[in-house]
Design a protein around this ligand. Structure first.
Ligand code: NI
Length: 172
């Protein structure tokens, strides 16, 4: 396993649509392992493959509490097959938007169909933080970012700050 560099916004790759995985092979399993290690190293709760520059429909998540054992999830070709009518607004962040958070409204609960790391079809119904996380990560596979739910003004402010921070880091 290895920690891979995370792409930060603004970056065109984050707007790309990721491609379905044909077969869950060793390369895909290695990618999923690297993604989990990268996510843990960055203190995140979710990560999509495109965030490490791989346009494949793979996501990982782990929303366990700090004092509980890890509950890693690896999802290949995840697809939302049910959404609750109830919607909730929660603060979201993203490893590709370091230090930026914003309220996003989404369905409170979703059911996601996916393939696990052995290629077996699975389904998970999630509420709370996991529901938010899975919807956020699946959005990444369509090139949709949490800031896309914000007003143009709010989105512009965040992107300008990120560009400025990157320039400052490059000049340091
Ligand atoms: Ni994200």
């Amino acid at each position: 396993m290895a920690v891979r560099p995370i792409i930060t916004a603004p970056d065109k790759r984050l707007k790309a649509r990721s491609q379905p995985v044909d077969s869950v092979d060793d390369e895909v399993r290695a990618l999923l392992d690297d993604m989990l290690e990268t996510m843990y190293a960055a203190d995140g709760i979710g990560l999509a493959a495109i965030q490490v520059g791989v346009p494949k429909r793979c996501i990982v998540a782990d929303v366990h509490m700090a004092d509980e054992p890890p509950t890693p999830l690896k999802l290949v070709n995840p697809e939302i097959v049910w959404r609750s009518d109830e919607r909730v607004s929660r603060e979201e962040g993203c490893l590709s938007f370091p230090d930026h958070y914003a309220e996003v409204e989404r369905p409170e609960s979703v059911t996601v169909a996916y393939r696990d790391e052995t290629g077996t079809a699975q389904e998970v119904t999630a509420v709370g933080t996991l529901a938010v996380c899975l919807q956020h990560e699946i959005d990444h596979l369509e090139g949709v970012l949490f800031v896309d739910y914000l007003s143009l003004v709010k989105r512009s402010i965040i992107l300008r700050k990120l560009t400025k921070a990157r320039r400052a880091a490059a000049g340091a």
